[in-house]
Design a protein around this ligand. Structure first.
Ligand code: FES
Ligand code: FES
Length: 136
């Protein structure tokens, strides 16, 4: 199949590949798998005291579209609050990368990875972000 230029760009020059220490309190880790193809995506976010995502890293075992989707979302979540990150939908990822219908589940994997990373961060912080917001 023909990949779009943006998929090829993210695939050949993936942004923010790597990992943070999952035990670091400022880190949320999301690990998700796609039952359809067996691909696995790990997305980590680093959140500051104001509840804003400062940095993100990913590792993906999967196809070019899955790698491009995860690379793209590491760029998109930066500078966003957790709620703003949760507003990133797979349709926007698929549109940005011009994914064909058969590859839509790759973008769903990336959306799920964001949700999982935010949920992990929140599960270990209670309502820390709400507290930070109230303090400011
Ligand atoms: Fe999983 Fe794409 S089918 S690599
Ligand atoms: Fe399965 Fe891309 S995540 S083909």
């Amino acid at each position: 199949m023909a990949y779009s230029d943006k998929v090829v760009d993210h695939y050949e020059n993936p942004r923010n590949v790597g990992a943070f220490d999952a035990n670091d309190d400022s880190v949320g880790t999301g690990m998700v798998g796609a039952p359809a193809c067996g691909d696995v995506m790990k997305l980590q976010i680093r959140v500051n005291a104001q509840g804003v995502i400062e940095d993100a890293k990913f590792k993906t075992y999967g196809c070019g579209s899955a790698i491009a989707s995860s690379s793209l979302v590491t760029e998109w979540v930066r500078g966003r609050t957790l709620d703003e990150a949760l507003a990133i939908k797979n349709a926007a990822i698929a549109e940005e990368l011009a994914l064909p219908p058969v590859k839509i589940h790759c973008s769903i994997l990336a959306e799920d990875a964001i949700k999982a990373a935010v949920a992990d961060y929140r599960s270990r912080h209670g309502d820390a972000t709400a507290t930070a917001a109230a303090d400011s």
